[in-house]
Design a protein around this ligand. Sequence first.
Ligand SMILES: Cc1cc2nc3c(=O)[nH]c(=O)nc-3n(C[C@H](O)[C@H](O)[C@H](O)COP(=O)(O)OP(=O)(O)OC[C@H]3O[C@@H](n4cnc5c(N)ncnc54)[C@H](O)[C@@H]3O)c2cc1C
Length: 294
Amino acid sequence: MRTFDELLADGRLESDVPLGPLSTYRRGGPARWFLRAESTDDLRIVVPDEVAVLVLGRGSNMVVASRGFDGLVVHLLPTTEGLTIDGVDVDAPGGCPLPLLARRTASEGIGGFAWYVGIPGSVGGAVRMNAGCHGSDTSDVLVEATVWHLRTGAEGRRGPAELDLSYRHSNLTDDELVLAASFRGVPSTPADEEAAMREVTRWRRETQPGGTFNAGSVFKNPPGDAAGRIIDSLGLKGTSVGGARVSPRHANFIEAEDDATPEDVHALMSLVRDEVARRGGVELTPEIRFVGFA
Ligand SMILES: Cc1cc2nc3c(=O)[nH]c(=O)nc-3n(C[C@H](O)[C@H](O)[C@H](O)COP(=O)(O)OP(=O)(O)OC[C@H]3O[C@@H](n4cnc5c(N)ncnc54)[C@H](O)[C@@H]3O)c2cc1C
């Protein structure tokens, strides 16, 4: 275990690292301090309360403001080190990319993970967000997550109930980091799982704005309805602020054109949320995490 001061003294922390290239929106300001964590051991650090901390996976559910993050960003590099399979039991490091988890389990004939092929996040991000789609979510396959507390250095294991996993929700706080996760799939065959992954990919290609800068669904679906349907029904597809626009393809996506700033994305999210509340009478909650905005 290392302390923030030790990391600083040892030159292990970089400073003023641009976060834009590390997010799927490809924009956003710098981190004051930045730790590139190559192994699970690198993540066992303790940070004092006065230093704000942000855990970053693949940045596929996040928008960082142009002014950046005035604290320490702990970045889990993409890795499959520690990815092990025993029957239908799968252990994966927090930084493991979800599409790799899907492909690896499929090739071993393990079912339950194919839908991860379309989610460009990490295992840690999936646990924190209880990521899901196609009628499945992370709580269906998660056995337990190994969680590290960045303030106290305490390490513990929590299952789906202890993590309070529900629709795009966990009780993980910003001070907690998922080091690794254990999953349990179901017996299947590589052919069936590859067919399931092809179907997920086909569905996404047909319904989502591929090839654009976005972070997936902007808002959570309200109970019994779909945020995209509501936004579309109010004629908001194509609405823009600066270089950000509501996707003409899927109303719950905000795409960033080349000249879009993070503030454009944030302002458009606020505009859509306010219009839906005013004209549709529905309070939408963002699913995307906005970092560093007032
Ligand atoms: C094209 C596209 C399609 C998408 N489709 C879906 C979908 O179908 N379903 C869905 O649920 N999501 C979807 N997403 C959103 C996103 O991919 C998921 O939420 C994913 O789980 C986020 O993982 P990440 O590593 O990118 O997290 P990040 O964006 O890096 O972080 C998101 C949150 O998780 C926290 N976090 C990240 N890693 C850790 C960790 N190791 N420990 C603790 N906290 C952590 C961060 O601090 C932050 O609060 C989509 C995104 C895109 C761009």
